[in-house]
Design a protein around this ligand. Structure first.
Ligand code: BGC
Ligand code: CA
Length: 298
């Protein structure tokens, strides 16, 4: 088994949502529980941290200074220059015990993100699609922990993880309308494999799956259901992954300290850090959010 290398030593409580930004050759990620956004320039290896006032579960770029974020109070734009949020909408304003978790843009620049309870107990999570005109559609419900999302290259399939059910599902995806149909179970994990969390897809349509509790990332072919490789990570709670580097052949891996015992933290002191590993097949840049019209953030 190959071993991921340390990229940046951090003490994230819940490092998540890595996004590589090609124009600046930098990696962004969120620490959901510390309410922080981090940015690391790959050229300078310097980390900038922005302390926010909310639990950001996921984000996508809109332009070089603006992110679209999904947090515990719904969707907002975040201007990174003046560090201000501009509220869009909160589809779960009536569910204060829920927060947004993982999210990602599809190839038409619509943002998909799902919810979970802060302390997940019941299937009260849903998956939403935020279109460029700011209309929100609930696309799935009855989820325990809505997590990783990915689409195949032809944009005919969407993958979605419910960590609360240890499962990855596959849908038929219609790019024009942004609708999903015909959900089927792709794979359930159990035991020492841990729980599937964030996912990323390479340009050969194979998934990388971050395994929370599994100390690893699994490279998985959804067409054959074959495991291609397992990458060991010296941190038990592996949360998410993103391709990056100029050639998109580096896989960046986020991890968490949340939920680990004092003994586990002692044994895995790098928990909460970012790791990296070279991969044989490159990934593709993540899509950005494409608003139809947008009021300038104040
Ligand atoms: C969530 C965590 C959860 C973990 C494992 C993460 O995406 O943010 O709260 O414990 O997945 O399922
Ligand atoms: Ca996640």
């Amino acid at each position: 088994m190959r071993e991921a290398n340390l990229f940046s030593q951090m003490e994230a409580m819940l490092g998540e949502g890595p996004v590589y930004n090609p124009p600046t050759n930098s990696l962004y990620w969120t620490d959901i529980l510390k309410k922080q956004l981090h940015c690391c320039s790959l050229d300078e290896k310097s980390i900038k941290t922005i302390q926010t006032d909310r639990h950001i579960g996921a984000f996508s770029f809109v332009d070089e200074e603006t992110l679209l974020v999904a947090a515990d109070n719904g969707f907002s734009y975040f201007n990174m220059r003046n560090e201000t949020f501009t509220f869009i909408a909160d589809p779960e304003s009536a569910l204060p015990s829920n927060r947004f978790n993982d999210g990602k843009c599809d190839a038409k620049g619509r943002f998909w993100a799902g919810t979970m309870e802060f302390t997940p107990a019941s299937p009260n999570g849903s998956l939403y699609r935020l279109d460029g005109n700011h209309l929100i559609t609930k696309t799935a419900s009855d989820l325990i922990i809505s997590n990783g999302l990915a689409w195949n290259r032809a944009n005919t399939k969407m993958y979605h993880v419910d960590s609360g059910r240890n499962s990855i599902y596959e849908y038929d995806f219609q790019l024009e309308s942004g609708s999903i149909h015909n959900r089927r179970l792709l794979r359930t994990f159990e035991g020492s494999d841990g729980t599937p969390d964030g996912i990323a897809i390479d340009s050969a349509d194979c998934l990388y799956i971050a395994m929370w509790g599994g100390k690893k990332v699994i490279h998985f072919n959804p067409a054959t259901r074959e495991i291609l490789e397992e990458i060991h990570v010296p941190a038990p709670h592996v949360t998410s992954i993103a391709f990056g580097g100029r050639d998109f052949q580096t896989l960046f891996i986020t991890t968490a300290r949340d939920g680990l015992s004092a003994e586990q933290l002692h044994r895995y002191p790098l928990s909460g850090s970012i790791f990296e590993i070279d991969v044989p097949v490159a990934g593709l840049p993540l899509h950005t959010f494409k608003p139809e019209e947008r009021k300038a953030s104040s």
